[in-house]
Each structure stands twice: as C-alpha cells, then as structure tokens.
Ligand binder design. Sequence first.
Ligand SMILES: *[C@@H]1O[C@H](CO)[C@@H](O)[C@H](O)[C@H]1NC(C)=O
Ligand SMILES: *[C@@H]1O[C@H](CO)[C@@H](O)[C@H](O)[C@H]1NC(C)=O
Ligand SMILES: *[C@@H]1O[C@H](CO)[C@@H](O)[C@H](O)[C@H]1NC(C)=O
Ligand SMILES: *[C@@H]1O[C@H](CO)[C@@H](O)[C@H](O)[C@H]1NC(C)=O
Ligand SMILES: *[C@@H]1O[C@H](CO)[C@@H](O)[C@H](O)[C@H]1NC(C)=O
Ligand SMILES: *[C@@H]1O[C@H](CO)[C@@H](O)[C@H](O)[C@H]1NC(C)=O
Ligand SMILES: *[C@@H]1O[C@H](CO)[C@@H](O)[C@H](O)[C@H]1NC(C)=O
Ligand SMILES: *[C@@H]1O[C@H](CO)[C@@H](O)[C@H](O)[C@H]1NC(C)=O
Length: 453
Amino acid sequence: MHSRAFLGLLAFAAAASALPNKRSQPASESSIQNLKDKIKNVVVLVMEDRSLDNLLGGQTLKGLENPIQNGPYCNPYNVSNPAEGTVCTAAKDYDEVADDPDHSVTGNNMEFYSDFTPDNAAIANGTLLPNQNGFIHEQIRLYGADANRTELSRQVMNYYTEEQVPVLTTLVQNYLTFNNWHSDIPGPTNPNRAAIVSGTSYGHGDNDDAFSNHAFPQISIWQVLNETNHTWINYWDTAGGTGPDAGYFNWTYQTGNDDRIVALENFYTDAAAGSLPEFSYINPSCCGVGSNSMHPTGLVSDGEELIRNVYNSLRASPQWEESLLVLTFDESGGFHDHVPPESARRPDNLTYTETAPNGQDYTYPFDRLGGRIPTLLISPWVDKAYVEQKGTNFIGETVSYSASSLLRTLGYLWDFEPFNPRVEYAPTFDHLIQSSSRNDTPISLPNGTAFRR
Ligand SMILES: *[C@@H]1O[C@H](CO)[C@@H](O)[C@H](O)[C@H]1NC(C)=O
Ligand SMILES: *[C@@H]1O[C@H](CO)[C@@H](O)[C@H](O)[C@H]1NC(C)=O
Ligand SMILES: *[C@@H]1O[C@H](CO)[C@@H](O)[C@H](O)[C@H]1NC(C)=O
Ligand SMILES: *[C@@H]1O[C@H](CO)[C@@H](O)[C@H](O)[C@H]1NC(C)=O
Ligand SMILES: *[C@@H]1O[C@H](CO)[C@@H](O)[C@H](O)[C@H]1NC(C)=O
Ligand SMILES: *[C@@H]1O[C@H](CO)[C@@H](O)[C@H](O)[C@H]1NC(C)=O
Ligand SMILES: *[C@@H]1O[C@H](CO)[C@@H](O)[C@H](O)[C@H]1NC(C)=O
Ligand SMILES: *[C@@H]1O[C@H](CO)[C@@H](O)[C@H](O)[C@H]1NC(C)=O
C-alpha cells in the first residue's frame, strides 16, 4: 500500500490543500498572489475609542472572547483596597458615556497595571504583566468628586448588547472579526492614528500641536503609495475632530498632495460612480454628541449610522466585488478590556515622557501595544461569521494583530517594504482573503438603535 504512487498522491493532495484559504500560511507566495488578484480597492474606516469588551462585549458569535461569553469580569473601586468592593461587567442601559474615560499613556498604565508608573524593565523581562484591574479606579479618580461611583463604574465596565448595536452585530455575523487586534500605542487618539498610517507616532504620546502643524517627517502610507504609483484619497468629515490623518505629514503639503484630502460626501459619490481610489481612508468626526466616531460623549448609535452609510454605499458600488473594507478603531479609549496587551518591537529609538497624575514622570519606550479594539474585514472575499484569533508574523511567532498589521499587509498587496521594525514584525492577514467570492453578503445594514442617553 505504501507504494511510490500512493506517496505521490499524498504529495499532490498536500499541494492542493495549500491553495489560498484561511488554512494557508500568511505571507506565503500563493496567499499574496491571491490577495493581489482579488483586492483592488481598500477602504479603511477608523472609528474612535472603544475596547472590544465594550463595543462587542455582547456578541454571542463563538470564538469572540468577551464578557457575555466568558465573563463577567470585575474591577475593584480602589486597586489599593479590595475591601471597598468591586463592580462586574453587565449590559449597558444607555447609549452615551457622559464622562470620557482616561486614555493618556499614564492613564492606560493605571488601567492595565494598577500603577501610573510601572517598571519598564520588569515589563520588558516579562515579570510584570498587565492585570487589567484599574479601569474603575481611574474613572473614579478622574470624575469621582462630582459623580456617583456606581454610575462611573458602569461607564467603563459595561458592554453593548447585540440588539443595541444592530449594525455591528450584522457585520460580525456576516464577515470576519479579529479577536486579538490591539492599538499600537497605549495612549490617545493622534499618536495611534499616526501609527496606523506610518507605524510610529515618532515619539509623540499625546495630542500635541505637531499633528495639526503637519510636522511629522516619517514615511507614511500616503507617500509610499504615491511613490509606487498607487492612488489614495483621505475622506474626512469636515465637522472635524479627527485627523485628517494624511495632514499630519510634511510630505503631504510639500508635494501638493493635500488636495487628496477631501470631504466625506465625496466618498459616497465616488463609490456610486465606481471611481474610488485604490486606498480610501475615512476620518469620522469627534467627539461630542452629534459626532459620529463613537468617541465619548458621541453616541454609539451615531457611529453605527456612519458605518452603515459607508457599508451600504460600498456594497452598492460597482467596485464592491474587488473591495476590502477594514473597520477599525484608533484605540480602546479607557474602556475595560480583559485581554492584556502584548509587548511589541520598538518602531524606532524614540521615547515619550509625561508627568502622571501622581506627580511622577513616566517614559514610554513604545515597546508594547495598547488595548484590544474591534477590527473587522468586510468583503465578498472573507468567510461569513468568522473569528480570527492571533496571527503569525514573518519569523513565525504567534502574536496579537495590531494597527501595524494593516501596513504590513498593504505592503504585500502594493509592493512596499515595512517602514520600521514594528511594522516588519506585525502579523499579516493576506491569508484571510479567500479564493472564491461569496454571493450571500447583505445588500444593506439595518438602521442603528438610539436608546436612553
Ligand atoms: C484607596 O485605598 C487606599 C488604601 O486603603 C487609601 O489610602 C486611598 O485613600 C483609597 N483611595 C480612594 C480614592 O479612596
Ligand atoms: C526583571 O526586571 C526587574 C526590574 O529590573 C528585576 O527586579 C528582576 O530581577 C528581573 N527579573 C528577571 C527574571 O530578569
Ligand atoms: C448611584 O447610581 C446607581 C445606578 O444608577 C443608583 O442605583 C444609586 O441610587 C445612585 N446612588 C446615589 C447616591 O445617587
Ligand atoms: C513641516 O513641519 C514644520 C514643523 O516641524 C512646520 O513648521 C512646517 O510648517 C511644516 N511644513 C509644511 C509644508 O506643512
Ligand atoms: C502609473 O499608473 C498609471 C495607471 O495605472 C499608468 O498608466 C502609468 O503608466 C503608471 N506609471 C508608472 C511610472 O508606473
Ligand atoms: C504623486 O504625487 C505627485 C505630486 O507630487 C503627483 O503628480 C502624482 O500624480 C502622484 N502620483 C499618484 C500615483 O497619485
Ligand atoms: C536604535 O539605536 C541602535 C543603537 O544606536 C541602532 O543600532 C538601531 O538600529 C536603532 N534602531 C532603530 C529602529 O532605529
Ligand atoms: C433608516 O434611517 C434613514 C435615515 O438615515 C431613514 O431614511 C430610513 O427611513 C430608516 N429606515 C428604517 C427602516 O427605519
């Protein structure tokens, strides 16, 4: 039976099963070729400030690790005195989060390590691990003087049910959701947005003036696509509040490419006309009631409306069949998540120092990821209701996905080198694009549900 012919047949079967599908190796030649064959347009929508346990905490799709399936998870009122009691995850009963949780670098330290100034050396040698225990403590420190602490605890611990976020629920049930995708930096919006499009915040850890002064000198997705002859447009909601992220970079203005930063309304007309560029990047508005990024105090239901509009117009576009929509967030916004962020390669030799609320200085060396955030791949080329766990980077390590996974994957799609070590060592998702397209994708998404303020 163990004839040469039979062994030959086995070898053939092994080769056949290596066709591009979710079992194929990320970044393999066949997987990259399949990605190039199927995907001509990438649309990236970066929402604001929600952890996976917050926004997708009520999703019942198997494979998502969250409060409704694996919880409840609890945090103490006071990390130094457990006797004061704890509050555990539960479903939300309101849409608005009135008190924006701390998401500074040192605020994230308190939330992840119960310490504003954790020992970097102990983190680096693996003896100090995040316990995800300080979310309530930090919310009470920030707002406790003028608010009910039970209410404050619920703001950071509670999650949205499937019924409360029907747009996201429909997307989760029809497309691909990452269970282990983290922001690149345990800090606020602009550094993370810079990291999404350039793999580094260039040493910046807060929303300083450099972002609006176009001061960033490093190479970005905008420049590399231009130099490799690929088209891009940065669509932004002109109500403002985030980005436009192409505007951070000196290159954009020096080369006159700032005319590729256009109002969001153009996305809908370009999609309808089939004239979307190869890379579309959407900046939502931020951050109060009426803005659409989901950043507190903005309503989650208004963010769902934006996601629905973007999806519905892309789904109806003549370009849908060759499109990939990446729906992601900038960072976790100070909302509880039970999954500790991993360490990660430093992108460069820069550091960021700020003074913590306890008066001590803390220096972040950009050697670990931020909180876990919702990220979905939406395309006729991804599996229905699929949950992706951790990824594999180019040296074969099993690691969490992060914002840099996007740049690393786009580098394979459009033939550019990783900008820095953080991007180089990020796992890619090229292998999640299938070799056949689906005919069962929803034509449109349901309207969002506004509920109690
Ligand atoms: C937390 O507990 C510690 C130790 O008992 C106490 O010193 C501190 O004042 C408490 N913090 C707050 C905000 O109550
Ligand atoms: C890890 O680093 C901490 C802080 O420098 C040090 O006290 C500890 O001995 C180190 N442990 C190991 C196993 O290297
Ligand atoms: C605090 O908020 C909780 C939940 O909304 C409520 O049940 C409780 O009565 C409030 N306590 C005070 C002192 O207002
Ligand atoms: C480039 O950045 C510098 C700050 O480093 C800023 O002063 C200058 O205006 C920027 N140039 C352009 C063309 O935006
Ligand atoms: C750039 O792309 C356009 C459109 O695909 C093509 O016509 C042109 O030849 C390309 N130029 C270079 C230098 O590759
Ligand atoms: C790259 O930017 C230059 C302006 O600096 C522009 O002329 C050119 O068309 C751009 N290339 C692409 C592919 O958009
Ligand atoms: C950081 O600095 C070291 C020592 O100067 C150098 O060898 C290394 O290449 C630098 N790393 C990066 C990413 O620039
Ligand atoms: C959904 O919302 C839109 C406004 O964005 C409205 O025109 C439409 O009637 C709503 N559809 C349903 C079924 O409620």
